[in-house]
Design a protein around this ligand. Structure first.
Ligand code: PMP
Length: 281
């Protein structure tokens, strides 16, 4: 049985219910986070809670809990779940109210937290990399907010499912932005390149971890805009996210990336990440 938290109560997932008038349901009016947990220790919890705050600020919703209260709720979910490694999904919506685009004056936000099994990349995809396609980024101009209105991401992700690929890499105005559910890095002549954080991409927590590990590994690393042409001629392409960690793209739009196998920098980064995720809170 999976125990979840909903508005002050811990209860079985099957019994958790919200109003059909919830603005999360009617408008996708809410924000969320996914926090990876290794050996029942949340990884980068404070960074996830800081991004949650930024998303809440971005949609003008007061944070219903302070950091200590969030941590306590999350730790209770982590303890109750059956998995040592898990992902904690949390979401805050503006809550139930009359169906009107404008915010109601008085409203109680809906807070939901649930544990999920983590499914890190298979040994096969680490060894051989995954295939990805590209698509034009047609999302809005606040992709830095982690909002539950994910329909554009859902449709973009489905393009890669339809093409039997692991991710859709998004390009806007000739620049690499990110994946439909991941951050994207490239390696060019031994240098790790990362697109800069702007309003057009989610500030990935794993993106920051990878940049820290790259510095610790002494990898040359530059944060700057990356053109579509550079993406297509990259020696390596990496995808990163809290649930998928670091993955190599070995084929993009049907073409081999570099040698067509995960590259040497990826192998170093992947190995470092595997130890790091277990050693640090
Ligand atoms: N970009 C998008 C659009 C995402 O959905 C995700 C996954 N949450 C990421 C980037 C990676 O973010 P993180 O490393 O914090 O999981």
């Amino acid at each position: 049985m999976t125990t979840v938290y909903l508005n002050g109560t811990f209860l079985p997932l099957e019994e958790a219910q919200i109003s059909v008038m919830d603005r999360g349901f009617l408008f996708g009016d809410g924000v969320y986070e996914v926090i990876p947990v290794y050996d029942r220790q949340p990884f980068r919890l404070h960074e996830h809670l800081a991004r949650l705050q930024a998303s809440l600020d971005g949609i003008r919703l007061t944070n219903p809990h302070g950091a200590d209260a969030w941590e306590s709720l999350i730790m209770q979910i982590v303890a109750s779940a059956e998995w040592q490694d898990q992902g904690v999904y949390l979401q805050v919506t503006r809550g139930p109210g009359p169906r009107d685009h404008a915010f109601p004056k008085i409203i109680q936000p809906t807070v939901f937290i649930m544990p999920m099994p983590l499914s890190p990349p298979s040994a096969e995809s680490v060894e051989h990399g995954v295939s990805a396609i590209t698509a034009t980024d047609n999302r809005w101009l606040r992709c830095d907010l982690k909002v539950t209105s994910l329909l554009p991401n859902v449709l973009l992700r489905q393009l890669s499912v339809d093409a039997d690929c692991a991710e859709t890499v998004l390009i806007r105005d000739g620049q690499l932005i990110e994946g439909s559910a991941s951050s994207v890095f490239i390696v060019q002549r031994g240098v790790l390149l990362a697109p800069p954080k702007t309003n057009l991409m989610l500030p990935g927590i794993t993106y920051d971890v990878v940049l820290e590990l790259a510095a610790a590994e002494g990898m040359d690393c530059v944060i700057r805009p990356i053109s579509e042409a550079e993406l297509r001629s990259a020696d390596e392409i990496w995808l990163t996210s809290s649930t998928k960690e670091v993955m190599a793209v070995s084929r993009l739009d049907g073409q081999p990336v570099g040698s067509g196998q995960p590259g040497p920098l990826f192998r170093r980064m992947h190995a470092h990440y595997q130890t790091f995720k277990h050693t640090v809170m």
